[in-house]
Structure formats: structure tokens, C-alpha cells
Design a protein around this ligand. Structure first.
Ligand code: HEM
Length: 176
């Protein structure tokens, strides 16, 4: 704050490199692999009819977000990992984590939506960017990435990830 010109320069550099709305890779990963695929169970406080389905009072409702995120009526080539879909003109702001758009709900929706979005979003971006900036990543020779999932309230990989990092920064002191 004593050097506003320096601060401005850093901000400009960040805006240029990181951009102001470039969360596409994380968003696309959440689309294909939402961590909490059925959200947390809800109970209907009164009887209602939603989309032609009668929901009697006290019914337990699980919302299949994983299926919504892979619905071909909602997404082009839904099984394809294509982060650019979140960068298309006008699309980026349509899909934030605020759950105003029921097509994309990685953190749930409504009054019981995730309470930790702000922390989760920042930590994920920071950790992912640090790992990618500091290392090249590859799979052990001859192996393929198995993306099969183990079902649960929080979904996990069926097989643990094994990846080989190789430092890519020239100053090895930065890894200590
Ligand atoms: C990648 C990280 C995370 C994901 C994908 C995630 C996702 C979710 C989802 C889908 C729900 C259920 C929302 C619903 O049913 O509508 C939830 C609930 C919740 N999350 Fe997260 N979460 C993450 C990280 C965090 C963190 C870091 C915190 C706290 C620091 C947190 C705190 C909570 C709490 C307290 C609830 C329950 C809210 C309630 O029932 O009122 N979450 N989360």
C-alpha cells in the first residue's frame, strides 16, 4: 500500500495471466465429478407437484446432480472434458457456484447449500495453480488413469491416483 504503482503492476500481471474469470478447468471437473453427487437428503415440508411428479409431504428427496451435470439435453457432448464450454461468450457468468442456475450445482442449492464455498473455491484454485506451476505431471509409464468412482455421500476415486511430479522451476531452493 506504500507503493500503489507496484501493486497496480502486479494486479495487471495477474489479470493478464490469470484473467478475471478463468475457473473453467475446476468448473468442468466439478461438472463431470461433483464431490457430493446426490447432495444432502431433503425432506418435503408439504405436498407438492414438481415437473409432473407428486411429492407427498415428508418424502425424502435426493437430487441427482451428477445426472443433471451429464444430461445431453442440457450440455453438448456431456461426457467430454472440455473446460472451454465455461469460457464461451456469456456463459461464464451464467455458471457460478451460487446455484441460481439449476443446471450446475456442484455446491448444492438453497438454504442448505455448502457453507464453505468461498474457502473451497480459493483453496482449490490456489493448490491446483501451485501444483501446475511447480511441476510437470505424468502417469507412471504404461499406466492409464482410471476415473472409476466409489459411490458414497462424498464420492471418491475407486483406485487411488498415482502421478509423478517433476520439478519445473529453475531454482531448486524454491522446493525446500
Ligand atoms: C471442493 C470442496 C467442497 C465441495 C465440492 C462441497 C460441496 C458441498 C455440497 C454439495 C453440500 C451439500 C449442499 C446441498 O445439499 O445443497 C455441502 C454442504 C456443506 N459444506 Fe461443503 N463442499 C466443499 C468444501 C467445504 C468446506 C471447505 C467447508 C467448510 C469450511 C464446507 C462446509 C459445508 C457445510 C457446513 C455444509 C452443510 C450446510 C448445511 O447443511 O446447511 N464445505 N458441501
Amino acid at each position: 500500500m506504500q507503493h500503489p504503482q507496484v501493486m497496480k503492476k502486479v494486479q495487471e500481471e495477474l489479470a493478464q495471466v490469470v484473467g478475471m474469470d478463468s475457473y473453467a478447468v475446476v468448473k468442468e471437473t466439478f461438472r463431470l465429478h461433483p464431490a457430493v453427487p446426490l447432495l444432502l437428503p431433503r425432506r418435503a415440508s408439504e405436498s407438492s407437484n414438481i415437473g409432473g411428479y407428486n411429492i407427498p409431504k415428508d418424502t425424502t428427496i435426493m437430487l441427482n446432480v451428477r445426472a443433471i451435470h451429464r444430461d445431453p439435453k442440457l450440455w453438448d457432448n456431456p461426457l467430454e472434458f472440455r473446460p472451454e464450454r465455461f469460457l464461451d461468450d456469456g456463459i461464464a457468468s451464467k455458471f457460478d457456484y451460487s446455484s441460481n442456475n439449476f443446471q450446475y450445482l456442484p455446491f448444492g442449492s438453497g438454504r442448505r447449500m455448502c457453507a464453505g464455498i468461498a474457502l473451497a473455491e480459493r483453496m482449490l484454485m490456489f493448490v491446483l495453480a501451485s501444483l501446475l506451476h511447480s511441476f510437470e505431471w505424468e502417469l507412471p509409464t504404461g499406466t492409464k488413469l482410471n476415473l472409476s468412482e466409489k459411490f458414497g455421500i462424498v464420492i471418491k476415486k475407486k483406485e487411488p491416483l498415482v502421478a509423478i511430479p517433476t520439478p519445473r522451476l529453475s531454482n531448486s531452493g524454491l522446493y525446500h
